[in-house]
Design a protein around this ligand. Sequence first.
Ligand code: HEM
Length: 154
Amino acid sequence: MAFTAEKEALVVDSWNAIKTDAAELGLKFFLRIFEITPSASGLFPFLRDTSVPLEKNPKLKRHAMSVFAMTCEAAVQLRKLGRVILKETTIKHLGATHAKAGITGEHFELMRYALLETIREAVPYMWSPKMRNAWAESYDQLVEAIKKEMRPVA
Ligand code: HEM
């Protein structure tokens, strides 16, 4: 089914409404992930062996921002081009990084749940099943693009 301008607007408008609070949302997003699956924090090299508290870790916030912003960009591309196209070097790097870090389909599922819950809580006045589906579809297509480049690490 086509990714319509309506779907694009559902993602982009909600993102624009909350992006000024992205740092705080990013933290909530990751705390939710670690609350559901505490072992997931062990996947991030910069969280191991550090005395910096989670909420002060700039790399965690940066990762959350990447997920939010890239999902939003995916919505724009899906409407314009019908698929998610990232720069060749970017997608290869993302595939390799996540493969090396041992990220599995279950981790992507967990993040999907946390992402949708975080956006829902951030924009309760805008939230609807249609908005949920538009975010979910954008995220799923972005993840598919990353997964294609995740070859087993030798
Ligand atoms: C690294 C984006 C999903 C764990 C990264 C980087 C980006 C990124 C941009 C930094 C690459 C670099 O600069 O080297 C995304 C996007 C995702 C996603 C867009 C989904 C759409 C996940 C999931 C997990 C995860 C589900 C695990 C729960 C990691 C880890 C690193 C990483 C462990 C390496 C961090 C490091 O070595 O410093 N990701 N990510 N990512 N991501 Fe993700």
